[in-house]
Design a binder for this molecule. Structure first.
Ligand code: ZN
Length: 284
């Protein structure tokens, strides 16, 4: 079957995938799952959580190991990694403050199939797996909200599988950077080209060429260990459609993100440590 006949067989472009102009994927300092809960239920959950920072490269889930905690990021982004028997590693998904790390717990599975690391410095609310499962059993809106998020996450997984198969590395580089920029809330991202090469599954030299072109165009500026986002609009124009489509998945799942008035959107460094959540637990 030729590509053209396959296209006819598949019915051409999927309907409804044309992204509409909307705000960013999420707003740094807030977690969209927690934001989607009724206030009283969110407050009850927050009383069971500890708010803590994480270092870049910190491992929070290990493949094949029990899941002891669930993580609701506020800032930062995590990569889900799959290791092959020969030691090769591939990023299969990313999670930020639109969701939760430890999703198997929702499905009564207490082990992780993937390894999860924060690929940037991060901050998250953390609760024990036992407390999360007790909260799910008590009922309320949490289970349904996490189910909706899980559906968005599955959609994202499918989209990224197609993206990694079909889209050019520069498009994927821009998509990856935009999603991380949304989640981190700073214009300066502590990332190396070598790390991006691993995450994108391409050679370091290929990533260097992409980064050089983007820097020449004024979209980014990079130096050793840091990439600065200078022109988001340019990155959006050079990204594939997957960035906007994934953003729309989470809007469908969790509602529109709150208006993003963080300084990062204005081209300045964001002030972290948002006081958006009142936490009753003094340990938090
Ligand atoms: Zn794509």
């Amino acid at each position: 079957m030729t590509d053209a006949s396959l296209s006819r067989f598949m019915g051409g472009p999927a309907p409804g995938v044309e992204p509409s102009p909307r705000a960013a994927l999420n707003v740094p300092g807030r977690n969209r799952v927690l934001d989607a809960l009724p206030a009283h239920e969110r407050d009850d959950l927050l009383s069971l959580m500890v708010r803590r920072p994480f270092n870049a490269r910190e491992v929070v889930l290990e493949a094949g190991q029990p899941i002891h905690h669930a993580y609701f990021p506020l800032h930062g982004a995590a990569s889900l990694l799959v290791y092959m028997q020969d030691g090769e590693v591939a990023e299969v998904n990313t999670i930020g403050n639109e969701g939760m790390l430890g999703l198997p717990l929702l499905h009564a599975v207490d082990r992780s199939h993937t390894t999860a690391i924060f690929h940037t410095p991060a901050e998250a609310f953390v609760m024990t797996a036992a407390d999360l499962q007790s909260a799910l059993i008590r009922g309320g809106a949490l289970a349904q909200t996490l189910q909706r998020y899980a559906n968005g996450f599955i959609n994202q997984t499918c989209q990224l599988a197609a993206c990694n198969r079909l889209h050019h590395v520069e498009q994927r580089y821009c998509r990856w950077l935009l999603m991380t920029h949304d989640r981190v809330g700073r214009d300066s991202l502590a990332l190396t080209q070598e790390f991006l090469a691993v995450m994108l599954g391409v050679r370091r030299a290929t990533v260097n060429i992409v980064a050089r072109d983007l820097q020449r165009s004024g979209a980014i500026r990079y130096r050793r260990g840091a990439i600065a986002v200078l022109d988001r609009r340019a990155l959006e124009e050079r990204s594939c459609e997957c960035y906007a489509i994934i953003r729309n998945y989470y809007e469908d799942a969790l509602g529109a993100a709150p208006p993003d008035d963080t300084p990062a959107r204005q081209g300045r460094a964001a002030a972290h440590g948002s006081h958006a959540y009142e936490v009753r637990n003094p340990a938090c």
